[in-house]
Design a protein. Structure first.
Length: 458
């Protein structure tokens, strides 16, 4: 083998997919991964640079890697601002931006030369950083929006969609090797294919358009749970809702609305407002009443008044969202919102965040209580503290950000299984119940005439 590489991956699921790609390429060149700093010949830190706390966490991770190992290569979103990293840690060996996989590989090879022996440098399987039974499927990189609080287009560039066939070949391989849940992600999933004019590519002997509706229709045929993240409420999203009602697509949408005050949304350069948001949600739910909607909101945005915040609270109360994340506004270097007047004091931001989450907690509790007595399909992520107890998620919960289901079983259930659980107890975010059956797993992977030439993710 060429050597051992330590890896630290920070940030969102999109960054996690980048880490999987880098590690897959390193493994393909003969490198092993090291579980500790001490065992690594070099350490790669994949950073996040979206908001100030994320930058601080990234700089801290770099500092720790330098202290424990000394040989550190930095990549990721914060790497798009190398001066920030080099000023804090001038001893790092290389700084690369997001998606610059070749530069990361070259930097690793300079420190730890690659194995050139054709008998030992064999190509290994795809590296996954998630459990075997679920995987993130990134369909596009970058973003075309110009939200005033965000610098993602500056860090990751404009939207770059993958061909549908490449995505479907990857999804087919993932399902064929045990992934029972595919989490579809992009910075703006709804805009998939716009940049490549929805061109077609061939999959399973037929042309497939690079369009979210077409793509999801094909993914639904694989038999796995398909979950959509970061969906802007474009008109064509309505075409996906019938698939949820028919059970072909998980009844779950992650829609980053950010606020409900039209005035604040204009300052954010975001579309809509409370009235239009409510109309869209009502239309979706009329087609798929069981639809779970997750959203995120920013409080304390520059210029946000108590009246603006009251509009947001009214929207939260009326919308009845199933899952909500709330963040206090944080300045990001390079974001246009930094120049806006009316900065909100930190204590006011935190007080508003607490009020919003208290309201949402009550809504979540009422929604969970409505599940009492229902039988839900639950994918098992791990084991609980009690004998025979497993911990999993229903179709209405994404990993790492939503609620959990604690289920009492006969002790024979394995991680990755899908079981049926009757709900007996409800809390604000989590459910408890007892297993009443298993769900047979039969993937619908088609027979394809060719395979994708690119086996790592982009």
């Amino acid at each position: 083998m060429a050597g051992k590489v330590g890896f630290v991956s920070l940030g969102c699921p999109k960054a996690l997919v980048d880490s999987e790609q880098i590690l897959s390429r390193l493994r393909a060149q003969g490198y092993e991964t090291a579980p500790t700093y001490q065992e690594a010949d070099v350490v790669v830190v994949n950073t996040c640079g979206f908001i100030t706390p994320a930058i601080e966490e990234s700089l801290s991770a770099i500092s720790e890697a330098l202290a424990e190992n000394g040989k550190v290569i930095v990549t990721g979103c914060l790497g798009a601002r190398p001066e920030v990293i080099q000023q804090a840690h001038p001893q790092v060996l290389e700084v690369t931006g997001p998606g610059e996989v070749d530069r990361v590989l070259a930097a690793v090879q300079r420190v730890v030369p690659v194995d050139q022996n054709p008998f030992t440098a064999l190509v290994p399987p795809q590296v996954k950083l998630t459990p075997r039974h679920y995987a993130y499927l990134k369909i596009a990189e970058g973003c075309n929006h110009k939200c005033s609080f965000c610098i993602i287009p500056k860090l990751r560039g404009l939207q770059k969609s993958r061909d549908a066939a490449d995505i479907l070949f990857e999804a087919t391989r993932l399902v064929g090797t045990g992934s029972k849940e595919l989490l579809v992600i992009a910075q703006d999933t709804s805009a998939y294919g716009v940049d490549i004019r929805h061109r077609t590519s061939e999959y399973a002997g037929k042309p497939v358009r690079a369009h979210l509706v077409d793509l999801v229709g094909e993914l639904a045929g694989l038999g796995a749970w398909v979950r959509l993240h970061y969906v802007y409420p474009y008109p064509h999203v309505r075409e996906l809702i019938p698939l949820m009602a028919e059970g072909k697509l998980l009844p779950y949408l992650d829609v980053p609305l950010q606020h409900a005050s039209p005035r604040i949304l204009r300052a954010m350069r975001r579309p809509g407002g409370a009235e239009s948001h409510l109309k869209t949600l009502q239309e979706w739910r009329s087609i798929a009443p069981d639809l779970a909607i997750r959203s995120s909101f920013i409080v304390g945005f520059p210029g946000e008044t108590e009246e603006d915040f009251a509009l947001l609270l009214d929207f939260i109360a009326e919308a009845g969202l199933d899952r909500v994340g709330c963040f206090t506004y944080s300045e990001v270097e390079g974001a246009d919102a930094n120049a806006l007047p009316g900065a909100v004091p930190q204590e006011v931001k935190e007080e508003r965040q607490a009020r919003l989450m208290a309201l949402q907690q009550q809504i979540s509790l009422e929604k969970n209580r409505a599940r009492l007595g229902q039988t839900l399909e639950v994918i098992v992520d791990g084991y609980g503290e009690l004998p025979g107890q497993v911990v999993g998620r229903s179709k209405y919960d994404a990993p790492g950000i939503d609620g959990l289901v604690y289920a009492e079983t006969d002790g024979t259930v394995k991680i990755g299984e899908i079981i049926r659980v009757r709900v007996t107890q409800a809390e604000a975010y989590d459910l408890h119940g007892e297993m009443v059956g298993r769900v047979a797993w039969k993937p619908g992977v088609p027979q394809v005439q060719s395979v994708a030439t690119e086996t790592v993710r982009v």
